[in-house]
Design a protein around this ligand. Structure first.
Ligand SMILES: Nc1ncnc2c1ncn2[C@@H]1O[C@H](COP(=O)(O)OP(=O)(O)OP(=O)(O)O)[C@@H](O)[C@H]1O
Length: 687
């Protein structure tokens, strides 16, 4: 079996199961292999019966005080009994397992492992797993995977299928050269692939993770280095002249550009006028005003008679950019001349045809869209500039794709990820870097608070007042809907609750990744026009959404998110001249985890936050929440794995110094893997 085969090739996967897996983005066996657990359930030492808290999962060594009862409740068979140790007793219940009655008898002692549920004086261990003490001893410290699920797809099913994939794939051929593996003390691939799903203990898990993170960085950097080689000598076939239009547009803006924006714009202008092709990254904290700089570059390109395309990760964002661009052009009397178009996957076939024609004929000089922009059918008349974000920054393949559409365009990449310089040099090795390190002057610093759920009542009243003053509010929940085995707030139920909590004059809307692009656009449009005042959402609003009238960001289960991600979320407010607020709410019993959140309380500076977060983490930080969704790594995390990143960079340098084109026999598998990796990077992350 090969990794690119459909999961249908696995025994037990029929059409229905295939559809369920597709919902979570898994179509091939390889994708299943990389469907890494979201968390693990650790088989820890048994604890005493009285020490298990409500909703806590754990194991107890206890004795049955009587034989089990059996009851029929509708069509369920319920088996229940009582177990006890020296500290106390609790009920145990199982459903539809009548045979247990013969196996478990009074006086027998087992390890029972399950979730404790407490209601008043009643403590119940629900559906516990049962082990003899010796059997549990063998399981001790092992970690059971917990996967992200969707309705109908159980953890058991994913576990079973991953096991099947691991059994049927031949993973013994390691693509990493032995020399590198030994030099950097990395586990074998075979070991890592299995242990990341089913770690025997925490040490093995860390080994597996280290290896897979190294691989991911290595492939990424190899791709970059090759790209740099290829583009170093690229000539700018769209060499441009200085134009006055951009000066006029700047004059007409309702605000003054900041010094940093002016500097960066100057650098871009010089690049576009230069002999060498531009490949530049503009890095700027959330809300620093990157968009206008991008638009100026598009106007300069259009004035020179060429086309430009701006590609963003989501349709919501594409729509927002399209509207902002149209408005800017309209205000400057340029709309007719440039005819901007909006191209995404959900345009109708007829619309697409018309747009393709307008692009091919050169009638339109500006194209805004999602990754639909690089599809085969889009033929550009004269694409002189492509603007993208770092999630979609082009790897080798993407640039080839664009090049095959004509000559290589100039490239501008936008990023809001604050990263230390040393890491930046590695991750953006193929790009020149410009930094917008100044926020517009009239912004007031956001006021923050980190509180627990007891504060909600107060928060709702505060939200009410802000809405009455004409402002708007985001509420972020970690989940879309209630989901088996996962605690935390979800968008659907939360919105319902808010509709009761808030006066009926306040409209509460919802937004999440499972909605159709068209629905998402409608909701965002309603929010930006203040027809919705409170938007309950998952993190789909994280990247780049701009509604300056919003002044409150409230994040539920804030402990679930990485600090950089929270900083991005916070960046959705404080974008206008009004005082804005961010309320981070952490769940009950999460005070420990929420210590991290105090960093956000102290500072609004993305760079500082990233550094501080890094200091708090160490290799022992097992399940640190993912830091950043911006750079699209599957397992590696640029902040948490900074030292692995440096090693992978050294290794990539060494490999290419020996064999620049990866032609040597010992690099054959690595080359194949790199091709496959580049292909994967092209896929839409599909928010
Ligand atoms: N110099 C400026 N003075 C005042 N407002 C500005 C200035 N530059 C941009 N803005 C406004 O600030 C808001 C945020 O700008 P923009 O959307 O470009 O941020 P961004 O850098 O893309 O941030 P993010 O990474 O969060 O998307 C916009 O409403 C924009 O009109």
């Amino acid at each position: 079996m090969r990794e690119n085969e459909s999961i249908r090739a696995l025994k037990g996967v029929g059409e229905k199961t295939e559809k369920l897996f597709q919902k979570v983005g898994v179509s091939t066996v390889g994708q299943l292999l990389r469907y890494y657990p979201r968390d693990y359930d650790i088989y820890r030492e048994p604890v005493s019966v009285d020490s298990l808290n409500d909703q806590e999962t754990g194991a107890v060594l206890a004795t049955l005080t009587a034989s089990l009862d059996m009851k029929k409740v509708r069509n369920l068979t319920v088996i229940s009994g009582t177990v006890a140790d020296a500290t106390g007793r609790c009920r145990v219940t199982w459903f539809n397992q009548p045979y247990l009655r013969n196996q478990l008898r009074r006086g027998m002692t087992f390890v029972f492992r399950g979730k404790m549920s407490k209601k008043g004086n009643l403590s119940v261990l629900e559906q516990p797993e049962i082990y003899t003490p010796a059997a549990y001893e063998e399981k001790l410290n092992s970690m059971q995977p917990k996967y992200a699920l969707t309705a109908g797809l159980s953890n058991h099913m994913v576990t079973k299928m991953v096991k099947a994939a691991l059994e049927q794939l031949d993973l013994t051929q390691d693509y990493l050269p032995e020399e590198i593996r030994l030099e950097y003390e990395l586990a074998e691939y075979n070991f890592a692939a299995v242990q990341i799903h089913f770690p025997s203990n925490q040490e093995q898990y860390l080994e597996a993770r280290k290896r897979l993170a190294f691989d991911e960085f290595l492939l990424f950097i190899l791709g970059l280095k090759q790209l740099k080689e290829q583009t170093a000598a690229d000539k700018n076939h769209y060499r441009m002249k200085e134009v006055w239009k951009t000066e006029e547009v700047i004059e007409n803006l309702p605000y003054q550009l900041t010094g940093a924006q002016k500097n960066v714009w100057y650098e871009i202008e010089q690049d576009l006028r230069g002999e060498k092709l531009m490949t530049r990254l503009v890095q700027g904290d959330v809300g620093s005003g990157k968009t206008i700089v991008a638009f100026l570059a598009m106007i300069m390109t259009a004035e020179n008679g060429y086309q430009s395309a701006i590609m963003v990760p989501t349709e919501v964002l594409a729509k927002q950019h399209y509207e902002a661009l149209t408005k800017l052009l309209e205000e400057n009397g340029l709309l007719e001349q440039y005819q901007p178009v909006f191209l995404t996957g959900s345009n109708t076939a007829k619309e697409k045809r018309q747009i393709y024609e307008a692009i091919a004929s050169g009638e339109t000089r500006m194209i805004v869209g999602t990754h639909a922009l690089i599809q085969e059918k889009v033929i550009y008349e004269s694409l002189g500039l492509v603007i993208t974000d770092e999630q979609h920054r082009f790897g080798v393949r993407q640039r080839e794709e664009f090049s095959s559409k004509g000559q290589k365009p100039n490239i501008l990449v936008m990023s809001a990820t604050p990263i230390p310089r040393t890491l930046g040099i590695i991750l953006y090795g193929d790009l020149d870097i410009s930094i917008i390190d100044e926020l517009p002057a009239q912004r007031l610093p956001i006021k923050n608070c980190v509180v627990d759920t007891n504060y909600r009542e107060k928060a709702y009243r505060f939200i009410e007042r802000q809405v009455q003053e004409g402002h708007q509010v985001y509420v972020i929940c970690p989940m879309v809907e209630e989901s088996e085995g996962m605690d935390g707030e979800n968008v659907i139920d939360y919105a319902e609750r808010l509709r009761h909590e808030l006066p009926s004059s306040i409209t509460v809307g919802i937004l999440h990744g499972k909605m159709k692009p068209k629905e998402k656009n409608e909701i965002m449009e309603a929010f930006s026009e203040n027809r919705i005042q409170v938007l309950v959402s998952t993190t789909v609003v994280e990247v780049g959404v701009n509604v300056p009238n919003a002044t409150v960001m409230m994040v539920e289960n804030a402990e679930r998110f990485g600090l950089a991600q929270l900083h991005q979320l916070r960046g959705r407010v404080g974008r206008g001249q009004w005082q804005s607020y961010c309320i981070f709410i952490h769940g009950k019993n999460q005070a420990e985890k929420s210590k991290r959140l105090q960093i956000l309380n102290k500072s609004n500076d993305g760079f500082y936050i990233a550094q501080e977060d890094l200091k708090l983490r160490g290799p022992g930080d097992l399940f640190g929440v993912r830091q950043s969704g911006d750079l699209n790594f599957e397992i590696a995390d640029i902040f948490r794995d900074a030292s692995i990143l440096k090693k992978a960079s050294d290794a990539a340098g060494y490999i290419l110094s020996l064999d620049g084109t990866l032609e040597l026999p010992q690099h054959r598998l690595l080359k194949e893997k790199l091709e496959e990796f580049a292909g994967r990077q092209m896929e839409d992350p599909g928010l």
